[in-house]
Design a protein around this ligand. Structure first.
Ligand SMILES: C[S@@+](CC[C@H](N)C(=O)[O-])C[C@H]1O[C@@H](n2cnc3c(N)ncnc32)[C@H](O)[C@@H]1O
Length: 246
């Protein structure tokens, strides 16, 4: 129903909506900047950190490789310092690997050069800025990234559109809702103060539902039995291979 407004009321209404919209944009821009700065500062340390569960990491590499074909065009978003893209490069035609942190991309490029890897292209780009033709990719990798996005559902829908029929979305995601529901209350304060990047709290079931709601079918689902503990933090990841069936 459209309310009956005079010109003065209409202008007031438009101005207050514009102000609200502006504030929302400013706030989300601030959060995004905080996250970029956080990951820029963390990049050097991140590249030297050992993998928390090496056996689980190796299993995920192996399962992913079972889906590879030598002519595949792959995208990885949130590629960090590029280790996984570099490890997978020999098995596919090309990997486009993006990350919004310039420091992460700098380290990734130097690792690729040191390893003489030429079929991975690293780009500094946010997932929102990324433009990819519909139904052009064979596989998309989103590893340890979905829980760091403010708009997980939008990104999942975007990935779905990029994939060819039968194309695969490989994700490894920390589902804090399974082990640390309380984090939902604490996270916004830490994010606002710049102490941590954007972190979303959802359960494994909610993630699976997000994927199937977007049209994916779940081809492979694995949760390592071991959970990772760091101080008060206790979390588990879930590894999913989802298929765009059409
Ligand atoms: C936890 S790290 C994971 C890196 C790598 N995928 C891995 O598994 O080791 C998350 C990465 O995602 C990047 N990132 C976070 N939000 C992003 C966004 N909206 N667009 C692009 N990159 C993003 C960060 O800069 C960081 O390098």
């Amino acid at each position: 129903m459209i309310p009956n407004l005079n010109a003065h009321q209409l202008i007031n209404c438009l101005l207050s909506n514009a102000l609200l919209y502006g504030l929302i944009l400013l706030f989300s821009g601030y959060m995004m900047n905080n996250s970029v700065q956080f990951w820029d500062k963390t990049a050097e340390y991140y590249s030297k950190q050992s993998i928390a569960d090496e056996a689980a990491y190796q299993k995920k590499l192996q399962v992913t490789r079972e889906y590879f074909k030598p002519d595949m065009e792959v995208l990885e978003f949130g590629c960090g310092t590029g280790s996984t893209a570099i490890a997978h490069a020999p098995y596919v035609k090309h990997i486009r690997a993006i990350d919004f942190s310039s420091k992460m991309i700098e380290i990734a490029r130097s690792k690729a050069e040191a390893n003489k890897i030429e079929n991975v292209t690293f780009e500094q780009l946010t997932i929102d800025e990324l433009s990819v033709g519909d139904r052009t990719l064979d596989m998309v990798l989103g590893l340890n990234i979905l829980h760091l996005l403010e708009n997980k559902e939008e990104v999942i829908a975007k990935v779905y559109k990029m994939l060819k029929p039968g194309g695969l979305f490989v994700t490894s995601t920390v589902c804090l809702g399974d082990t640390m529901k309380w984090f939902k209350i604490v996270a916004p304060i830490g994010i606002f103060l710049g102490l941590m990047p954007t972190v979303a709290v959802f359960t494994t079931k909610e993630l699976s539902d997000s994927l199937t709601d977007a049209g994916f079918t779940i081809d492979y689902h694995w949760q390592p039995s071991k959970s990772i503990s760091k101080g008060v933090f206790k979390f588990k990841g879930v590894f999913i291979v989802a298929k765009n069936p059409y």
